[in-house]
Design a protein around this ligand. Structure first.
Ligand code: IFM
Length: 431
């Protein structure tokens, strides 16, 4: 089928994270990681998109493209540059941005933690220490009180599993530690942070008479498969990786149900600690060792990640069987430096979602504009909008035009399919 309609009431927008777009010499762990020479292309989050100064231009473009929802991040290191000392001008900056968005009929979903820590927090051990959760709560209190009625949707923590595994098991991300037990401990502490933040946000909002606030954490999920399903070792590795990377932490953060290797460090009771499912989905991987791989002959993006649209539904079914809730796809997108297959990617993922029968309410494409992609720096482009980093000129890509059309037409027509999707093909993994 080459056309489809969006589900009734389903809304499309885009997602971003403060440190990936804002620019500026901000004292956080990723600025430090860059200064230590870890970014592959030598670029720095200090440049990025200069969104901190150009936010109005970007948000106007979003509005022009027809977006009515936006997932945005706030940068803790700007807001609390020194322990206990808040920078009111940074707080006001974000308040102004959400008010602007609302005035232009774009509903903000605010992420409170998206991989970056202020250096003072990083230096005191960040989420390695259970006792440090109180600092995150103080920051959450500050922002939720500042936003008040202007924000009624929050993500507490973005991809806690990615943060813990890449920073504390693989050691590729700050702080570069390589201990499995440490990674699992960090996931357990992050579970406490999420549950406490969930309860705190609701209590604060209730305290000022705001009903209907919705809170969740954004879970990064992959489909894990054995490289060779006939090999017991591969099947075992796929099971173990799935459990360590996502299944156990999702259960703990959603329901307060703990199973190895996640531990209950906060006397958390069984309950429900999210108001919607928030899934970040990108790919499927295969397991033959402790490091994941990609099958030969499958479609891949420019980072070699498999493009596997059906996986988005497989991951959602896992989360829905934990607890059925309205679904927000809080991230989905692809690294396509030449914008050569993003329209096809969008079509395949959105069609799969719309045909699944699942209650998908929101789809936030990652990302609005090309930005600082962590270890890959500026070399990996995920945006619907192209940025020339030297001049900071923004240009809507063909995929951006297509996305805007999907929003305005409430789906993809045969004509749109012929124009945007048909001419595009995925690259095939030859390795
Ligand atoms: O850029 C990241 C984002 O910060 C978290 N989710 C995955 C994206 C693409 O790698």
């Amino acid at each position: 089928m080459s056309s489809f309609s969006l589900r009734d009431g389903m809304e499309l927008g885009s997602a971003s994270a403060a440190a990936q777009i804002e620019g500026g010499e901000v004292e956080h762990n990723w600025m430090d990681w860059q200064r230590r020479g870890h970014i592959k292309d030598g670029s720095s989050p200090a440049r990025a998109n200069d969104h901190y100064n150009r936010w109005q231009e970007d948000d106007q473009l979003m509005a022009d493209m027809g977006m009515r929802i936006a997932r945005i991040g706030v940068e803790w290191a700007r807001i609390e540059p020194q322990e206990g000392k808040f920078d009111q001008s940074a707080v006001n900056h974000y308040v102004a941005e959400v008010r602007w968005l609302k005035k232009h009929k774009i509903k903000p979903l605010v992420t409170l933690h998206h991989f970056t820590n202020p250096m003072w927090f990083e230096e005191m051990g960040a989420f390695e220490k259970r006792g440090n959760v109180q600092y995150f709560m103080r920051f959450v209190t500050k922002m939720v009180q500042a936003f008040g009625k202007d924000v009624t949707e929050y993500i507490t923590i973005n991809e806690p599993n990615v943060y813990a595994m890449l920073g504390y098991y693989f050691g590729w991300w700050p702080p570069g530690k390589k201990r499995f037990r440490k990674a699992m401990h960090v996931m357990s502490v992050l579970t406490v942070a999420h549950v406490q933040a969930y309860q705190l946000i609701h209590a604060l909002q209730k305290g000022i008479g705001i009903a209907g606030t919705h809170v969740s954490y954004a879970m990064n999920m992959q489909v894990f498969e054995p490289e060779n399903p006939h090999k017991f070792k591969h099947r075992l590795l796929a099971y173990v990786a799935e459990r360590f990377f996502q299944a156990s932490i999702a259960k703990a953060m959603t329901l307060g149900v703990f199973r190895w290797p996640i531990r209950n460090l906060g006397k958390i009771k069984n309950g429900l600690y999210c108001d919607f499912i928030a899934l970040n989905y990108y790919s499927r991987v295969t397991m033959a060792s402790m490091q994941s791989g990609t099958r030969k002959g499958v479609p891949v993006n420019d980072l070699g990640w498999e493009i596997y649209p059906q996986g988005i539904v497989e991951c959602l079914r896992f989360l829905m069987q934990l607890h059925p809730l309205p679904i927000y796809i809080t991230e989905n997108g692809t690294c396509d430096n030449g914008d050569a297959f993003r329209c096809r990617f969008l079509f395949d993922h959105l069609q799969t979602l719309c045909k699944s029968g699942l209650p998908v309410k929101r789809y936030y494409h990652w990302c609005f504009i090309d930005n600082f992609e962590w270890l890959e720096g500026e070399s990996a482009r995920f945006g619907l909008v192209h940025v020339d980093y030297k001049t900071q000129k923004r240009t809507v890509k063909r995929s951006g035009e297509f996305y805007s059309q999907i929003i305005k037409q409430n789906g993809v027509t045969e004509e749109m399919y012929r124009e945007y999707v048909e001419p595009q093909q995925y690259k095939i993994n030859a390795k």
